[in-house]
Design a protein around this ligand. Structure first.
Ligand SMILES: [Fe+2]
Length: 224
């Protein structure tokens, strides 16, 4: 039995020949009468967050200009803040040329990213919008439905801005196995100005309450 690795269940014993060398590390145990060997280990179904710095220019004035065009905006997820209506890069420009141009550039980047990383070469931009959060503004936990990828471009991150928090939402969120691991179930990102973040649209996420005085400004976009 020493050179065999076995799996046991209540009904039968399956005996498997072990290959000559273990593929990955295995754990030595005090129960030396059982010869563990040939451990196999895969990391399954990883999620991602990808980010890139994409400009040195400020888009603060452009976002404020957009708000001036429609001071009421619409109410969706941001609390104590302004949410623009939804724009589409192709046939519903926002009216502030620099923002349309920025979102066109970000779409190009996202398309290349999805094609290279996931062989997903049909990524299309659907809608984008601007968020301007005042002191004490925040986002409730949410996902972006069936969006393949979402993008968040941080225009202004004043002192006191909260983190962007991403929370896994598969069955592991009801389990304890990853609870003691850093980033096991939740990943926090301190946003950086002029950095563009990409993540899967299905993941839960939110932005912490903004404790600063100056407005926090971001642009969000859905890609399908
Ligand atoms: Fe979001």
């Amino acid at each position: 039995m020493r050179n065999l690795w076995f799996l046991e269940n209540p009904l039968r014993v399956i005996i498997l020949q072990s290959p000559p060398k273990p593929v990955l590390t295995y754990y030595k145990t005090l129960m030396a009468n059982i010869n563990f060997s040939n451990s196999l280990h895969d990391t399954l179904f990883p999620e991602f967050i990808h980010s890139v710095r994409c400009t040195e220019e400020s888009y603060v004035g452009d976002c404020l200009k957009l708000r001036d065009l429609d001071p009421k905006g619409i109410h969706v997820s941001i609390q104590n803040g302004w949410h623009s209506r939804f724009f589409n890069y192709h046939d519903d420009k926002c009216g502030v040329d620099r923002l349309d141009e920025l979102m066109g550039g970000c779409w190009s980047y996202a398309k290349e990213f999805a094609a290279n990383e996931f062989k997903f070469d049909t990524l299309r931009i659907e809608e984008w919008w601007v968020n301007i959060g005042a002191n004490m503004s925040y986002n409730n936990v949410h996902s972006h439905g069936r969006a393949a990828v979402i993008g968040i471009f941080f225009v202004k991150v004043p002192e006191g801005s909260g983190d962007l928090v991403v929370q896994r939402n598969d069955g592991a969120s009801y389990s304890t196995i990853y609870g003691n691991m850093k980033n096991g179930n939740q990943f926090r990102i301190t946003p950086e100005e002029n950095r563009f973040y990409l993540l899967p649209g299905h993941l839960w996420h939110w932005v912490d309450m903004h404790q600063g005085v100056e407005d926090r400004i971001s642009i969000s976009v859905n890609y399908y």
